[in-house]
Structures are given as C-alpha cells and as structure tokens.
Design a protein around this ligand. Structure first.
Ligand code: HEC
Ligand SMILES: [Cu+2]
Length: 338
C-alpha cells in the first residue's frame, strides 16, 4: 500500500526527486520510525485481535443458534415449552472472563499515554505554529522552516500553538498526535529512530484548505542535523542579502502566504499580489491608501489594522514570526509582482 501511494506520488511530481520515504514492513501500519511505534502497535494489535476473536465467536454462536433453534413447525413454535431463565453461571462467566482483558487494555493504554505525554527534560525544543493552512517550525536559534527537521536518536519536544482555529499535529510514522489550540500551548514529543522523510498532517478539520495542510518531518543523523541547521541559517542570511526578490519568493511559499495570495491576478482567500504595489487600496472602513513599503510591512505584521474591502479579516499576524531579513525580502518580492 505504501509502495502504491509513493509510486502514485512519484508519477504526480515527476520533476521533483522522489523523497526517500522508508517502506513500511507492516500491512496496515505506517513505518515504525519512533520509539513509540513498537508499544503503540502492540497495543493496537492486542485490542484488534482480542476483538476479532470475540466477534468471530459471537457470529459463529449466533449462526449455530439460528440453525439449531429455527422454527420447524409453526404450531409447535407458538406454544413455548421450555422456560428461558436466569443463569448465574453464564452471568458470572461473561463478566469475569473479559475482566482481565479489559484491565490489560487499560494498563497498556495508560502506560503508553503517560509515556507519550511526558517529554524527557533534556529534549530538544522546537516551536510549531499552525495557521490556516500551513505549519511553521522555529528552532532554538530563531530560524524557521515549514518542514520539521529533527535529529535522529534524540528526544524532541515540539511546543505547539495555533493562530486561528484548532489544528492537530499528526505524524503517523511516529505514532504521535496532539491538538493545536488557539490561546494555549500543547506539546508532543518523540524520538525518531530512523532517518528519512515522513508526512506530517493537520488532523483536525480547519476550513477550506485543511487537506492541503500537509508537510513533512525530515530526520537527520545527529551530527548532520546541527550541520544542516548551521548551513540553512548561513544560506538564508546570504541569499536574503544577495537576492531579496528570489528569497522573498521562497519565504512566500515557506511561510504559507501562497495558500491565500496568488501571483496571477486571481483572488484567493486574500487579494492577489499581482500589480499590488503602487495601487490605491480601499478598506472596509471607507478609507483608502496607496500601497507602499510601509503598508506592505504593516499588512504582514498587523493585518487587522486595515482590512481590504471585499475580503475577510482572516489573515494571521506574522509579527515576531519572520526575521527582519525575511520581512524585507517579502516586501521586495511583492513589489516585483507587476
Ligand atoms: C489565511 C489566509 C492568509 C494567509 C496565510 C496570508 N494572508 Fe495576507 N491577507 C489575507 C486576507 C484575507 C487579506 C485581506 C484582508 C486584510 O487586509 O487583512 C490579506 C491581505 C494582505 C495584504 C494586503 C493586500 C492588499 O490588497 O492590500 C498583504 C500585503 C498580505 N496579505 C501579505 C501576506 C503575506 C506576505 C503573507 C505570508 C507571510 C500572507 N499575507 C499570508 C489572507 C492571508
Ligand atoms: Cu489545520
């Protein structure tokens, strides 16, 4: 199944190299790529098989009884002969036999739950922000990406916030999922045990483009992770200074602006960036302004200050989320969209 979906994915995006997604050794599970996978899958299999055995037993008994006690003669059937009565033996049996199983489900589930909710103190911390309809991850240095990069064999704690509505952070390969709730922090921790790329989904319906709210976790070898981070930061700085327009385009895609702002003149959730700079914009309160650099910067940092006429006030603020270099590059990029 994983093979089929990755083959389909490769067909759909033939120009990009196929991501190195490890194959799942299981029939119905994604890859077991975190320390949680084994225990979670064991609990899942345990509950599934016990339920399957019980279901099959019930269906077999029901079928046999249907055959054995079916009406053969209508007149005989309408005059009950035997008395169906209370049976202590039966009642005790069907209460006591399932009891150890139910207790086992509880204990196994509770152990797993406590483990998954308690990050180790030395965990590497990454901040995640969910907003309609993208993810932003911020590393301790302040560097941000929209794909989550983590080291292998090291506990990682992701501190999650939501900017607008409820989202959910879900990485099936790590068996970890938690809601992202506006106005409070939630967290998820995991320790990846293999390198590769794994899908990260929003698992809480959050509006029109919920199904596009997909990104990936990239697991690096421990040392390679530090190198990746340093290199990425250095490159960002360099690119930003050298070619702000091209860099602005990267930020436009990375920061999720592309979900709401087109470059081809068509309105999406927000107005298009085509021909925006220099235009006179009308706002819902009846005022107007000419779009200049200050207006662009204000629109990104404080989108509620002026609401463009005909559009909802639904843009999330990016204040404190984008470095100065990134903001400047975005402004230059929007200016370049003639
Ligand atoms: C969830 C959708 C959404 C996202 C994501 C989003 N915006 Fe917006 N944006 C809007 C909407 C809706 C408006 C119009 C209402 C308003 O003025 O606040 C808007 C308005 C703007 C404006 C003013 C446009 C005009 O015609 O005057 C700018 C500039 C802008 N956004 C830039 C950005 C940038 C840069 C990003 C990414 C860092 C971004 N937006 C991300 C929805 C979004
Ligand atoms: Cu979402």
């Amino acid at each position: 199944m994983t093979y089929l979906s990755s083959a389909l994915l490769a067909l759909m995006q033939q120009d990009t190299p196929k991501p190195k997604v490890p194959e799942s050794p299981h029939f119905w599970m994604p890859t077991s790529s975190s320390t949680f996978a084994e225990a979670t899958d064991w609990a899942f299999d345990f509950v599934t098989w016990v339920s399957a055995v019980v279901t099959i037993g019930v269906v077999i008994a029901m079928t046999l009884f249907c055959v054995k006690y079916r009406a053969t003669d209508r007149s005989k059937n309408e005059q009950p002969t035997g008395n169906v009565d209370h049976s202590n033996v039966l009642e005790i049996a069907w209460s006591v036999i399932p009891l150890p199983f139910v207790i086992a489900f509880f204990v196994v589930g509770l152990q797993g739950f406590i483990n998954m909710r308690t990050p180790p103190k030395e965990a590497y911390e990454i901040h995640a922000t969910a907003a309609k309809w993208s993810w932003m991850f911020q590393y301790p240095s302040g560097y941000t990406t929209n794909e989550l990069h983590v080291p292998k064999d090291r506990p990682v704690k992701v501190i999650i916030e939501a900017q607008d509505v409820i989202h959910a952070f879900y990485v099936p390969a790590f068996r970890q999922k938690i809601d992202a709730v506006p106005g409070r922090y939630t967290h998820a921790w995991f320790e990846a045990i293999e390198t590769g790329e794994f899908p990260l989904f929003c698992a809480e319906y959050c509006g029109t483009n919920h199904s596009d709210m997909i990104t990936k976790v990239v697991v690096h070898e421990k040392d390679a992770f530090e190198e990746w981070l340093e290199e990425a930061e250095r490159k960002e700085e360099e690119e930003g200074l050298k070619n702000p327009v091209a860099y602005g385009e990267t930020v436009y895609k990375q920061a999720g602006c592309a979900t709401c702002h087109s470059l081809d003149g068509s309105p999406k959730i927000g107005p298009t960036f085509k021909g925006l700079f220099g235009k006179t914009e009308r706002f819902t309160d009846g005022t107007t302004a000419v779009v200049d650099e200050n207006y662009l910067r204000e629109s990104i940092e404080d989108p509620q200050a002026k609401i463009v006429d005909g559009f909802p006030a639904s843009m999330p603020t990016y204040k404190g989320k984008l470095s100065n270099n990134r903001l400047r590059a975005l402004v230059e990029f929007i200016k370049s969209q003639k």
